[in-house]
Write a protein that binds this ligand. Sequence first.
Ligand SMILES: Cc1cc2nc3c(=O)[nH]c(=O)nc-3n(C[C@H](O)[C@H](O)[C@H](O)COP(=O)(O)O)c2cc1C
Length: 184
Amino acid sequence: MSASVREAMLARRSAPKVTEAAPDDTEIVDLLEAAGRIADHASLRPWRFIALRGEARNRLGDALAAAAGLDGEHGARLAAKPLRAPLLLAIVATTTVHFKVPAWEQEAAAAGVAHQLSLLLDDAGWGVMWRSGPHTRHPLVAEMHGLADGERLLGWLYVGGVPAGARPGRGPEIGAATRFSSLA
Ligand SMILES: Cc1cc2nc3c(=O)[nH]c(=O)nc-3n(C[C@H](O)[C@H](O)[C@H](O)COP(=O)(O)O)c2cc1C
């Protein structure tokens, strides 16, 4: 584990290619205990995660191809996308109608948990990449995950082992000063 949060944040990189190793459910729940401690208006905890492993990734691939209306070679290519990692963590915003907390605030909280989980997984030595796509919110994809009314996917954290020698190190400077101003 990193010496500081800042160090972990500066070191985090997405991992487009991962190996077949993956964290088990116990490790993920443990990390979620920490990742879930985000700012959360009215403490609604408007999020949940679904682990897709093994055949479930094929079912997601089939749902994506059906959502896109593709079959044959193009359908097979899209259907294979979820197989790029041994574990996909579906990020679900579980929004409800609330008199004080609009849906966008609830989705912001769910996204915050996913960002923190992604950071913690990276810091624990796993390869992670948050992916989505044009069919993320298609009804067939929601059905495949068993989502209830009001639940919406924010994409998937693709998780696996980091290939030997693939750790790319710190990313480019992001020029934060150009994205900051102040009013007095
Ligand atoms: C909501 C969300 C959806 C994303 N979807 C994709 C995607 O489908 N494909 C992709 O290449 N990157 C996607 N990204 C970006 C990558 O996760 C990653 O941040 C980007 O490749 C930059 O790499 P870095 O995280 O190492 O800076 C998405 C990020 C977010 C937050």
